[in-house]
Design a protein around this ligand. Structure first.
Ligand SMILES: [Zn+2]
Length: 866
């Protein structure tokens, strides 16, 4: 009866607009079904529309659009509190800024006024992972409850706290998942089998971007976090696998990161315990704490705020199949390791869920309790949280003032100033205070020029800065059998190593005159110089931005790449540089309007003297193809982003394109992103997705790629795809780590040192390492290492360091990898296969190795000079 009446009520609201404007609509009236109903997902416009309707009809809600998502959808946040607070939001923002960035001149009375006048700001973020669909519905219900209810519990929240509610951190994904889900209903793959990433570039890695800011969504929310609202508490709402606990709530699992203040951990525990207690009171079973999710990693939507003195939480609910309910027998329920061995009662899992139907609505109910629980505790302990927030900021500043290192310095780097600027800007955009030396100075026994960036440790976000600048030393955690316990995500992320930018920690007190930096600008590139009657323009070709320039210049048959040092007049031009002769000026004129800043371009006059044949190679245009499997690959998405950012044009190739053969007619270079050999060969099995998308490259695809290379093409294989290529193309290269147990070798998400392999005299610089420094930090995430038989065809371009290869993270069994090949080129017919053992473009973060990828992609675009 009750259900039958609902559509009538919705109709009444539609025909009585005056009434509808007085009260916010219920989510059910707005959607036509109850949020979390079986088989129903919401489209993004309906979510935004609902938020705007509530905004228009409630004086407790203010909805703000922060900007546009990657694909142009509005990215919204609702600010929710008591009407008096909503009318005065600027004042409360100012309180948060002053608590998080305290004025050293404030006395106790001023602090007390700040603490007493403010309210804890709680940021709740939903569905950053778009297949974890419940929390966007939860957000709609939470918004409605807080906008309309007048019970004491709701009043307590409104009076004591400010909620910032983001209904989705990936609006594009809300629509992508709904669209696929609706298509999949009633088919064997209902609720799974998507054939594209639910974020254009990142897929699930949307939540790996929080210190790197590669994605538009991360940038929008980061600005809200560290420039606009400075929340006290953040809560990111997730879902996990289906067969374990019903809901994980904090505290987190070991290890903990030494840069986190103990008060952050205790506050996480306090809020988590309050959530767990409220869930138990409501009769919700299957709650797990203190397991699975560690607090070591930086880069997530909970963990990066924790280094900004914010109490960062997440919960993880057991998933359904997008919106389709699932049925679980007791035998089908189990543990998952890392503090959760099995499904029996334990002190961190006191009340196992008995099994049965599990529905989207169950998740919405659990999450709603958690959200209200966090808000209630924040409101009730208002003064505690605000006073602690201020104390955390003050103590961070004091530590930076009293304990070394007192600063980090980032000197200019002539070879790639844009990369240096990007490193500093990324830190600045995550709230780090940046200064610049106005004169040259000495520190730590070294001299630094004017213009050196200085990052003082005495700042509120010291923990984040320190965590970014120093090397991670992940604690060795082994099971009783000696096997490695994997970290939750990665073990190391040192930003200067990812960028391969020289920095230094300064243990002396700096006396250099410094100016504040409000915005980190890109270095003004050298304009194309007036070449006058110069015979050559010389481009050093060491900067990341030179890749696009090289691709453009390849249109001119007269442009040359230097393989062995040459002289022009009395000047030596190093290997790796690009020569633009007078005859090629028509291209340079065209380039003028489109090229990025060119670093160090120099006009030279004189006669060109070559040391021997092969010292110069001609550039040729390179048509690039990127393979995209139908099983969505985050690595493929990141590869696209890195190429687009570099201004390199490419085509996307699917299984059918490759299997059709005759590839050399279409492209010169094909990249296989890091995809498992099984996925490359077989893709989705029949029944796992729509028939048009099942299958992989198969034998046919392998043969087509082999023919492509023999015809002169370049096949570039990233990380695990190399395993497939070695096997399918019969390459004379052995992968040496694949069969080892984690007690023998283990290296999860760490940074290792690799070295350019020395060439025999006279061979010239290898094309793969042109413009790359001799020692280069590479990312290694359970990656590969190769052996290439001596005297064989394979040429090693890069090896893991012979001694002490670990730079940051965790490496167990280093001897298994030391001196092994990390980048190899294998000739095959008229072409070549390039095998990367590691990901040179990992999550779009490894700017220090992008150049290796560009070189590999443009490798095919060279020919011996006449
Ligand atoms: Zn998630």
């Amino acid at each position: 009866m009750h259900r039958l009446l609902r559509p009538g009520l919705a109709l009444l609201l539609l025909v009585a607009p005056g009434l509808a404007q007085d009260r916010p609509p219920t989510p059910e009236a707005h959607l036509g079904y109850r949020p979390g109903a079986d088989f129903q997902l919401v489209a993004w416009p309906a979510v935004v529309d609902f938020f705007k309707k509530v905004d228009a009809t409630s004086d407790r809600v203010h909805v703000q659009t922060l900007g546009e998502s990657t694909e142009g959808r509005p990215f919204v946040v609702a600010v929710v509190s008591s009407p008096g607070t909503i009318r005065d939001l600027d004042r409360f923002k100012t309180f948060q800024r002053r608590l998080s960035h305290p004025d050293p001149a404030n006395d106790d009375a001023a602090d007390a006024e700040l603490v007493g006048g403010s309210k804890p700001v709680v940021l709740i973020t939903c569905s950053i992972h778009s297949t974890e669909t419940a929390s966007t519905f939860m957000a709609m219900e939470l918004l409605h409850e807080l906008a309309t209810r007048d019970d004491a519990a709701t009043r307590e929240i409104l009076d004591g706290a400010i909620l910032l509610l983001v209904p989705s951190v990936n609006p594009d994904g809300v629509d992508k998942v709904k669209s696929w889900y609706d298509r999949s209903k009633g088919r064997p793959w209902e609720g799974s089998g998507m054939v594209e990433l639910y974020h254009k570039y990142a897929g699930h890695d949307t939540n790996r971007d929080w210190f790197a800011l590669n994605l538009q969504e991360t940038r929008l929310l980061t600005r809200l976090l560290y420039r606009e609202w400075f929340p006290t508490i953040t809560y990111d709402v997730h879902q996990m696998g289906s067969t374990g606990a019903r809901l994980f709530v904090p505290p987190f699992f070991d290890p903990i990161n030494p840069n986190l203040d103990p008060r952050i951990h205790q506050s996480i525990a306090m809020l988590g315990a309050h959530m767990a207690a409220d869930l138990a009171v409501a009769g919700k079973r299957g709650i797990l704490t203190g397991a699975l999710y560690d607090n070591w990693w930086n880069g997530g939507n909970r963990t990066t705020p924790q280094r900004h003195n914010m109490v960062g939480l997440l919960t993880e609910a057991a998933s359904v199949r997008m919106a389709s309910p699932i049925f679980l027998t007791p035998e089908g329920l189990g543990g998952a390791g890392r503090g959760f061995r099995d499904h029996r009662p334990a002190v961190n899992f006191p009340d196992p869920w008995p099994g049965g139907w599990w529905r989207l609505r169950d998740i919405v109910d659990y999450e709603l309790i958690c959200a209200r629980s966090a808000l209630t505790l924040a409101a009730r302990y208002r003064e505690h949280f605000q006073r602690q927030y201020l104390a955390l900021s003050r103590d961070a500043i004091r530590k930076g003032r009293d304990e070394p290192p007192f600063a980090w310095v980032v000197p200019p780097d002539e070879s790639d100033p844009a990369r240096v600027a990007l490193l500093v800007r990324t830190l600045h955009d995550t709230g780090i205070e940046v200064k610049r030396a106005t004169t040259g100075f000495r520190a730590g026994g070294a001299s630094y020029p004017a213009g050196t960036y200085v990052l003082p440790a005495a700042q509120p976000y010291r923990a984040h800065l320190k965590d970014m600048m120093e090397r991670q030393d992940y604690p060795e955690r082994l099971g009783a059998d000696g096997e490695a316990e994997p970290p939750y995500d990665v073990a190391g992320w040192t930003l200067p190593l990812l960028f391969n930018v020289r920095t230094a920690a300064i243990a002396d007190r700096l006396t250099a005159p410094l100016e504040p930096v409000e915005a980190v600008a890109d270095p003004a590139g050298t304009a194309w110089p007036d070449a006058g009657d110069a015979d050559y323009l010389v481009i050093p070709n060491r900067a990341n931005s030179d890749a696009r320039l090289r691709a453009i210049l390849a249109d001119d048959p007269d442009v040359r790449l230097v393989r062995s040092p040459v002289t022009i007049g009395d000047v030596t031009i190093p290997a790796g540089a690009i020569l633009v002769p007078k005859s090629a000026r028509r291209v340079t004129l065209r380039v003028l309007g489109t090229a990025p800043a060119v670093v160090g371009i120099t006009p030279r006059r004189g006669r060109l003297v070559l040391p021997g044949p092969g010292a110069l190679v001609r550039l040729r245009p390179t048509r690039i193809g990127v393979y995209q499997p139908w099983v969505p690959s985050m690595d493929e998405g990141w590869t696209r982003l890195v190429l687009e950012n570099a201004g390199l044009v490419f085509a996307t190739l699917h299984n059918a394109d490759i299997r059709a053969g005759d590839l050399k007619a279409r492209v010169d270079t094909i990249v296989l992103p890091s995809v498992s050999p099984a996925t490359l060969s077989d893709g989705y099995a029949p029944g796992e997705t729509e028939p048009a998308y099942t299958g992989g490259l198969g034998r046919e695809g392998a043969e087509a790629l082999g023919a492509f290379v023999r015809a002169g093409g370049t096949l570039v294989c990233l990380e695990t795809s190399s395993r497939w290529a070695i096997r399918e193309l019969g390459l004379p290269v052995t992968e040496v780590l694949g069969g080892l147990k984690s007690s023998e070798f283990y290296c999860p998400g760490s940074i290792l040192r690799a070295e350019v392999d020395p060439r025999p005299e006279g061979e010239g610089v290898p094309l793969l390492t042109a413009g790359v420094p001799e020692s280069v930090p590479v990312y290694f995430d359970r990656s590969l290492a190769f052996e290439v038989p001596r005297g064989g065809d394979g040429q090693v371009a890069l090896r893991y360091a012979e001694h002490h290869p670990l730079l940051s993270g965790w490496l167990l069994g280093a001897s298994k990898l030391q001196g092994k090949a990390a980048l190899v080129e294998v000739p095959l017919g008229a072409g070549q296969v390039v095998l990367f053992a590691f990901p040179p473009q990992h999550r779009g973060q490894t700017h220090g190795t992008f150049r290796l990828l560009y070189n590999a992609l443009l490798r095919g675009g060279t020919a011996p000079a006449e």
